[in-house]
Design a protein around this ligand. Structure first.
Ligand code: ZN
Length: 181
């Protein structure tokens, strides 16, 4: 950040009084521009013995497969964000959302949340951010073409839990870039 979004003056990186880390502070209006992690919310939509994946039509990771997910909007709940992204990217309806995986990604200042969700019908289609959407069996998952590490981990947990017949919520931190699959 170089300029204040409130008044347009230059900002400088300084530790405000009473704080303990550098912040962007406006040289003119003294507003402190805090920067905090962004939340990505998404779904693992399940229909029968298949899960719904999307092939990305946007960068980053154009052409790679993902679960429907995206940055939350102001004014919505995590569940609403996850369901909205599923509608936008896969034109699919989801119900019965259960928080399933939560990943802290401090190296990119993001938190990723994925909800297990039921598809009440088999209707889906690529939204504007997807080249293709597909319901896939476990053996059809394109493990080498997954877009992000949190996608691969969520899918692996799901198929392992399904074999056990019990789905346990996971919370973990990925402290550095890791393989996508
Ligand atoms: Zn300012």
């Amino acid at each position: 950040m170089k300029f204040c979004s409130d008044c347009g003056a230059a900002v400088s990186l300084t530790i405000p009084q009473g704080d303990n880390r550098p912040r962007y502070v406006c040289s003119s209006c003294n507003v402190i521009h805090y920067q905090n992690p962004r939340i990505v919310a998404g779904c693992l939509p399940v229909y029968g013995d298949k899960v719904l994946l999307c092939k990305r039509a946007i960068e980053p990771r154009y052409g790679y497969w993902t679960l429907p997910a995206g940055f939350m909007e102001n004014g919505e709940s995590c569940e609403e964000g996850a369901a909205r992204e599923t509608e936008e990217e896969a034109c699919a309806e989801v119900t019965n959302l259960r928080l399933y995986t939560m990943f802290s990604l401090p190296h990119i200042d993001q938190v990723h949340l994925f909800y297990l969700a039921d598809m009440p019908n088999e209707h889906y289609a690529p939204g504007s951010e997807s080249l293709l959407t597909q319901l896939l069996l476990e053996e059809e998952i394109p493990w080498d073409e997954l877009a992000f590490p949190t996608i691969g981990r969520t899918l692996r947990y799901f198929f392992a839990d399904r074999k056990e017949g019990h789905f346990a919520m996971r919370s973990e931190a990925l402290l550095r870039p890791v393989r996508a699959n």
